[in-house]
Design a protein around this ligand. Structure first.
Ligand code: ZN
Length: 493
């Protein structure tokens, strides 16, 4: 046995992950409605096959052999990751792994129908089953005495606990709440876009944006979906975006966000990306890539110089007078119900609320039956508005339907990382704004490729960011950047 046998085993697991991703993509974009029941069975079979590879008793032997061969630093990461995944998987019975996959595939369809009807009660039984199974799974995986929720966070953000996330959120919240209050008291309202924004022109603009950001169309494609997402790796990285004909900015920023994810996957080290060490570091790091492109670059003042004429080319009159007004419009701060439409000031407050609710659900402190009430009460407390409809409340996000508990906090972690990356990037590239104003995003991509994308999982997620920026990621960096940006936009004293 050689190290190559371990690499081959890891590649097979990674291949099954990509197949699962393709099934998800298909479900979001192509699958006929009546395919849902079969798809649940297919997802279950695939999950069982993956689980079998992970619990394979030969896997620790392959690790021992690879270790004996004297691995280099990257080989050592593959070995450690294989041991971690094996240790997690052997704690979960195969029947449970398959049941989770089937329950989440079923719940996805039930959630879609319940959301269309605006009735949480229609979704509650399917969600209850997902929660029960995920809690059972988390209890199997968690170390003795550790909270089950941490085992779920670990799937998305290795090495981070619920308590650490709660501490980071406690640090962020006061600055966000204070900034929101100052913006509210300013009495200023951002300009709004007006015009005619047909679907096909929004798609054409999205393609142009893909070109500008450096997306490789020979290694990807763009489709429409209710929930924009990015799927795949390296030579096949697909994104979806969404269209609202009343507001083209939803499409523009969904596209840029997913491009940020896609550029990361397209930019991984081709030599290692299909095993373990070359893959994306974590969901928090992934989100830092999408949020940096979306907010620091795409919603920045310089990029408006390119975006304004591009939008005029696409739509004609858009109701704002020039780049400066467009910049104000794309950064409008408003208290909305929907997380994915939230501005940079409100966004993390949405995430904090979901984090606390899901942590309570998985911890057994909040029942699924009480979730809608808890959501509505919490929303009114945090945002000062009553939720009129479950579509605008507890049913808005797909995450819980697909069992992705522990995922939400990685969004805010990504925002904190993105602010730190942006500060370091600008210190390294003084002429960046002039390039962005011309629609040249290549300096950003080149910097990220070198410092983040190519590194894969060489070190822990937080260390990837720290080594890229020269310091630990600090919530204070994000707060300071938001105070500068929105202080100027809203003329706060
Ligand atoms: Zn994202």
């Amino acid at each position: 046995m050689t190290a190559a046998a371990l690499t081959e085993h890891l590649r097979r697991i990674s291949a099954l992950d990509r197949v699962a991703g393709l099934l998800n993509w298909d479900q979001e974009t192509q699958m006929p409605r009546r395919g849902a029941a079969q798809r649940a069975e297919e997802a279950g079979a695939l999950a069982a096959a993956r689980h079998a590879l992970l619990v394979d008793p030969r896997l620790p032997e392959l690790c021992d052999a690879a270790e004996g061969a004297g691995p280099d630093a990257r080989g050592a990461v593959d070995i450690a990751e294989a041991r971690r995944l094996h240790a997690r998987a052997v704690r979960v019975p195969e029947r449970l792994a398959a049941a989770v996959a089937e329950a989440t595939a079923t719940a996805h369809g039930v959630w879609e129908a319940a959301k269309a009807a605006g009735r949480f009660a229609d979704f509650a039984p399917a969600l209850g089953r997902v929660v029960a199974l995920r809690r059972e799974e988390a209890a199997c995986i968690a170390d003795a005495g550790a909270p089950p929720y941490d085992a779920l966070v670990e799937e998305h953000e290795p090495g981070v606990t619920g308590a650490q996330i709660a501490a980071m959120f406690d640090e962020l919240r006061p600055g966000l709440v204070a900034l929101r209050a100052r913006i509210g008291a300013s009495g200023r309202a951002a300009p709004r876009l007006r015009g005619d924004f047909p679907t096909e022109r929004q798609i054409a603009l999205s393609r142009r944006i893909g070109d500008v950001f450096g997306y490789d169309w020979d290694a990807g494609r763009l489709d429409l979906a209710v929930h924009p997402s990015c799927t795949g790796r390296l030579g096949d990285v697909r994104i979806t975006t969404r269209i609202n004909e009343a507001n083209p900015l939803e499409c523009v920023y969904s596209t840029i966000h997913e491009l940020g994810h896609a550029l990361y996957e397209q930019g991984l080290d081709p030599e290692a990306a299909l095993t373990s060490v070359g893959g994306a570091a974590s969901m928090g790091v992934h989100e830092s890539q999408s949020r940096l492109m979306e907010n620091q670059i795409g919603r920045g003042r310089a990029f408006a110089e390119w975006l304004y004429p591009a939008m005029r080319d696409a739509f004609g009159e858009i109701g704002v007078a020039g780049p400066e007004e467009l910049y104000a419009a794309v950064n409008a701060v408003e208290t909305g119900f929907i997380r994915t439409e939230a501005d940079e000031v409100h966004y993390n407050l949405h995430v904090m609320m979901r984090f606390e609710l899901e942590r309570a659900v998985i911890g057994g402190d909040l029942s699924v039956a009480d979730l809608e009430g808890a959501w509505n009460e919490r929303f009114e407390r945090d945002f000062g508005r009553a939720v009129p409809d479950a579509r605008l409340g507890v049913l808005q996000d797909v995450h819980w339907a697909v069992g992705a508990f522990g995922y939400f906090p990685t969004y805010t972690l990504g925002n904190v990382y993105a602010a730190e990356l942006d500060a370091a990037l600008r210190a390294d590239a003084p002429g960046l704004d002039a390039a962005l104003a011309r629609g040249d995003v290549s300096p950003v991509l080149a910097w990220l490729r070198r410092r983040v994308h190519r590194r894969g999982r060489e070190v822990a997620p937080a260390a990837i960011i720290a080594e890229a920026t020269g310091c630990e990621a600090r919530p204070a960096t994000l707060i300071a950047a938001l105070e500068r940006k929105f202080g100027a936009l809203y003329a706060l004293g």
